[in-house]
Design a protein around this ligand. Structure first.
Ligand code: HEC
Length: 287
């Protein structure tokens, strides 16, 4: 009996190669549906589909106790779908190797394969056994749902100058895109030749994890800041001191700033970010 149930369950959730998952619907049926897009198996790239909260509960789940996520005061027991399961069930492999989570406030978080392997992030479905409408409020008093992403206890996996690998724990996640890492990061790749472990390389890798969540370049990156990569580049090229002060302590330059401070960044780190952003203003001669 159980074996049959398992076969039926697997058939429902993991379609044969090339087939669209039956859990993905063409239309939204509820505000809590999760949008899914990017490179979905069996669909043209960029197609958007919807999956219901109840249907996400059909996917393989993981449960853990979170002790060091700033979204939960005093820790919490969370359950949800590992992001790697979303790529496995819905993704067109191996092209889709980056999971991008978009939040209702324009924040956009990027999960590389390496990050997912190190930190095992979960698309959270319940907190302390409760569904999203019973979740506490976010830091800005908005809803934490419809979805949020968190991990089991987070241990930093890398360090670049004074930037330490940071937990990527967005709330208000409404959409997941299964994308190609090379294509998404191409939008912020330095447009000049550079060496590994140079200032430009260090600045690039820090900006990938930090600045790119809120600042955009073309179609890619976060929309929360409403200031593009080129605006940041102009600051770095014309007023380097203010740029460096801004990223370490935005309130010292703009008393109305909503950008989080980075007091942990020393001058060497701020210089690397300035060197990286300046490359976007280098005038390129026509070929
Ligand atoms: C959590 C979102 C967030 C992150 C991450 C973030 N910023 Fe910002 N940033 C903002 C917002 C919002 C503004 C708009 C003005 C304000 O509120 O400070 C801004 C404005 C700026 C400005 C001033 C631009 C202007 O014309 O007003 C600079 C410079 C800047 N950011 C640099 C950076 C750099 C460099 C990084 C990465 C190290 C970064 N920011 C990461 C949210 C963010």
């Amino acid at each position: 009996m159980f074996r049959w149930l398992l076969i039926v369950w697997l058939a429902a959730c993991v379609p044969a190669t090339g087939q669209v998952s039956p859990l993905l619907k063409e239309r939204r049926t509820s505000p809590s549906d999760l949008e899914v897009s990017g490179q979905l198996r069996g669909l043209p790239p960029g197609t958007t589909r919807y999956i219901a909260y109840q249907d996400l509960l059909w996917l393989p789940q993981a449960t853990c106790t979170v002790t060091n996520d700033t979204n939960f005061v005093g820790g919490a027991r969370i359950a949800g779908v590992p992001l790697t399961e979303l790529t496995r069930v819905f993704g067109e492999t191996p092209e889709g190797d980056l999971v991008v989570a978009l939040s209702y406030d324009g924040y956009r978080t990027n999960y590389s394969r390496r990050y997912m392997a190190s930190h095992k992030p979960l698309l959270v479905l319940t907190i302390n056994g409760k569904p999203p409408d019973k979740w506490p409020k976010s830091e800005h008093d908005g809803p934490m749902g419809p979805y949020l992403i968190s991990h089991p206890a987070f241990q930093p996996a890398f360090r670049i100058l004074s930037h330490t690998d940071e937990p990527q724990i967005p709330y208000g996640v409404t959409r997941i895109e299964l994308r190609s890492e090379a294509k998404v990061f191409q939008a912020i790749h330095p447009p000049v030749p550079y060496k590994l472990h140079s200032q430009i390389d260090d600045g690039y890798r820090i900006a990938q994890q930090n600045c790119f969540r809120c600042h955009h370049s073309g179609e890619e990156g976060g929309q929360m800041a409403h200031r593009s990569w080129l605006v940041l580049a102009a600051w770095a090229a014309t007023d380097q001191d203010s740029f460096k002060r801004y990223l370490r302590n935005p309130l010292s330059v703009n008393p109305a700033s909503l950008m989080p401070a980075n007091p942990q960044y020393d001058m060497v780190t701020a210089d690397a970010l300035a060197a990286y952003f300046r490359t976007f203003l280098v005038v390129r001669r026509p070929e």
